[in-house]
Design a protein around this ligand. Structure first.
Ligand code: ARG
Ligand code: ASP
Length: 654
């Protein structure tokens, strides 16, 4: 118990400094950061950000779908998120006659707004530290299994209690700091969410993969939805009689814009970071995981591209898959580079040395070495695990064999045949035989070449099914379980190591790693120096879109109407995107970017490539989030969508 209260004291030390602008803070505890925020320009209070007693900004932010953020911008349930977050839904409503991805979509009346079965949004009702209740009954001598069972039992009870009222309430209990602290999150989940508007992809995805993760950026990455509710304003299944949801709070929009140095904060749901890991974890990512996954994806992208360039039909079939593969592929390249450039491994090693010296004679003694050993045991297995997932398990023919629900509409066999040979060869050459199923070794000998094997698999459904089953079975029974076991042991050690780090550096404020729970990140609008002798300004304009415009290049071919509008003059300085130092990650897409007065100035959608190592270490010099300027959204709604009636619902402060 003594340990818990010491920990509680350490966790309450959030007011202490961190490196400039680093951190993703829990809204309920933001009062501990508020002085720092105000010193940097924020003009509101902690209660304005998060309150359970009155409407606050948190009531205007939602988890959109399963991995994005959205925000309410009208008292009638209107919501902004990214185009890439709405993409799948826009695609589902699209057909050859109505290609909303290509042409955009604008509901002219409420009745034209399109329902999206399965899409939900979650509002946070409240969050609360439940560490004591979750660990009730815990004894020091318990095994980890016993502790986990206890945590689960207590958490289930706490969650059941929290959603008693029903009415769409959902609860989750999340471990923070590797289980040193537990928080209860109570949400209200709405399940009638309709598509209201989306720009054409030539605006919403302008720059495509070429510009993804890059600055200067000019992507109009937004889409618009509306939340519907029952007449009682509570969640309801889709029904024609549902009415627009009336939020407790919707964001007011500022058209005053931003400039270098302005305070901004991002309120959203960052998915996953690992800021406190051991140097061995970083070394593995930098030297093995990232390079190998990048190489495999380069191969896959080249194959897809070859066929996509040859046929418009194939381009349509594979563009979403291509984007998915390319996104992490590009991120990992930036991450690997950033980790090296920042000397993260040696810096962590030096830190660990100091930690070890300090830990002599404490209960943390030896923990660094134990983690090193665990990583040594895990890495070869984990490498095989990742290799399976990035190579053979991506072969569509094999996915299809085990799954009647596989989407055959977006399938082009010549791509997959080439993938088969490339992925099977890479797997065979780079994964040790001990990690392969015996079936694979037998068949390899039998066929002699991957080409012969390919011909058999694509000619014979049974051959595909057998190989698919052998790989999946081996992966699930022999590779994944020990990886999970070692992962548990590592997490267990991190629970102590995390606590040790807090005691070792009592002057530092430790924010919990991202886990898709609602967070506040704050910083300022700022450019950066990507490489020697280059300075990037933080604001991009329509002028840059016209500079990039090229009807010959798919990613840069803008709508003719936009060219015409520009040619009329007066729009050169129309702002499009801006950079800031807010610490964000995947999941923050669609998050509102707010100014010092809590008014909406942008929507977060990306980070700069050179700073993507921020999931492991944040460098204030180079880590930047990329936001869409809200004024560009308004411009597109009006000028391209001819949907100015949507602006009538919004509240503008200036
Ligand atoms: N890089 C951004 C994020 O990680 C945007 C991804 C979607 N856009 C794309 N071109 N693939 O999600
Ligand atoms: N683009 C990411 C997202 O979709 C955001 C990021 O990784 O910065 O959440």
């Amino acid at each position: 118990m003594k340990r818990f209260s010491l920990l509680a004291a350490l966790l309450a030390l959030w007011a202490l400094p961190v490196r400039a602008d680093e951190g993703m803070w829990l809204p309920a505890l933001v009062s501990q950061r508020i002085e720092d925020m105000q010193a940097k320009g924020f003009r509101l209070s902690a209660e304005d950000i998060y309150s359970v007693n009155q409407a606050s900004l948190k009531d205007a932010v939602v988890l959109f779908g399963s991995g994005c953020t959205g925000e309410l911008v009208s008292s009638e349930g209107l919501l902004f998120t990214n185009h890439h977050c709405g993409y799948g839904y826009i695609q589902k409503h699209s057909s050859v006659e109505h290609d909303y991805l290509k042409d955009g979509f604008w509901a002219r009346t409420r009745a034209d707004e399109l329902p999206n079965p399965g899409l939900t949004v979650r509002f946070l009702e409240r969050m609360e530290d439940v560490t004591a209740a979750v660990l009730k009954g815990y004894k020091e001598k318990m095994t980890e299994e016993q502790r986990q069972a206890l945590v689960k039992k207590n958490a289930d009870r706490i969650k059941a209690q929290a959603v008693k009222e029903g009415n769409g309430l959902k609860a989750s209990v999340e471990a923070l700091y590797y289980g040193n602290q537990y928080f209860l999150f109570v949400f209200r989940e709405y399940r009638d969410v309709r598509l209201v508007g989306a720009p054409p992809s030539s605006i919403g995805k302008f720059g495509g993969e070429t510009d993804n993760w890059m600055w200067p950026r000019h992507t109009g990455d937004f889409s618009i939805f509306r939340i519907y509710a029952g007449k009682d304003n509570l969640p309801a299944d889709y029904s024609e009689s549902n009415v627009p949801y009336r939020p407790k709070k919707s964001l007011r929009i500022s058209r005053a814009g931003v400039k270098e140095g302005d305070f901004t904060f991002v309120y959203g749901c960052p998915g996953s970071t690992q800021e406190y890991v051991h140097s061995e974890a970083v070394k593995y990512i930098q030297d093995i995981s990232d390079p190998e996954k990048i190489a495999l994806r380069t191969t896959r992208l080249n194959i897809m591209k070859k066929y996509m360039d040859q046929s418009q039909a194939v381009r349509i079939q594979y563009s979403s898959k291509y984007a998915g593969v390319a996104n992490a592929w590009k991120k990992w390249q930036g991450e690997e580079k950033g980790l090296r450039k920042n000397h993260v491994v040696p810096v962590k090693q030096a830190y660990e040395k100091r930690f070890e010296e300090w830990a002599q004679g404490t209960r943390y003694e030896g923990i660094i070495g134990r983690l090193t050993n665990l990583y040594a045991a895990r890495n070869p297995l984990y490498r095989a695990y990742e290799y399976y997932r990035e190579s053979v398990l991506t072969i569509e023919r094999l996915q299809m064999a085990g799954n009647p629900r596989f989407n055959r509409k977006d399938y082009y066999q010549p791509i997959d045949e080439e993938m088969f040979v490339a992925m099977m060869t890479a797997f065979d050459q780079n994964v040790e035989d001990v990690y392969k199923p015996p079936y694979f070794l037998e068949k390899r000998a039998q066929y002699g070449t991957m080409e012969a094997w390919r011909d058999a698999v694509f000619a014979d459904e049974n051959e595909a099914r057998e190989l698919s089953a052998a790989l999946n079975e081996h992966f699930n029974s022999t590779i994944a379980p020990p990886v999970a076991e070692l992962g548990k042991s590592i997490t267990l050690l991190y629970r102590d190591y995390m606590q040790g780090q807090m005691e070792f550096e009592p002057q530092k404020a430790f924010y919990p790693d991202a886990n898709l729970t609602l967070r506040v990140a704050y910083g300022k609008v700022a450019g950066y120096r990507p490489v020697d002798a280059v300075w990037y300004n933080p604001v991009s304009t329509l002028r840059g879109i016209i500079e990039k415009d090229n009807p010959e290049i798919f990613d840069y071919n803008i709508p003719q109407t936009l060219r015409d509008i520009y040619a009329q003059g007066g729009h050169e300085d129309q702002p499009v995107c801006f950079l800031a130092t807010n610490h964000t990650t995947g999941g923050n897409s669609g998050s509102p970017v707010l100014n010092a007065d809590g008014n909406l100035v942008g929507i977060n959608f990306d980070r700069v490539w050179e700073g993507t190592m921020s999931d492991l270490v944040y460098d204030p010099e180079i880590c930047r989030n990329i936001s869409l300027d809200v004024r560009y959204i308004l411009f597109i709604i009006k000028e391209i969508g001819h949907a100015a009636y949507l602006l009538d619902e919004m509240t503008f402060v200036d």
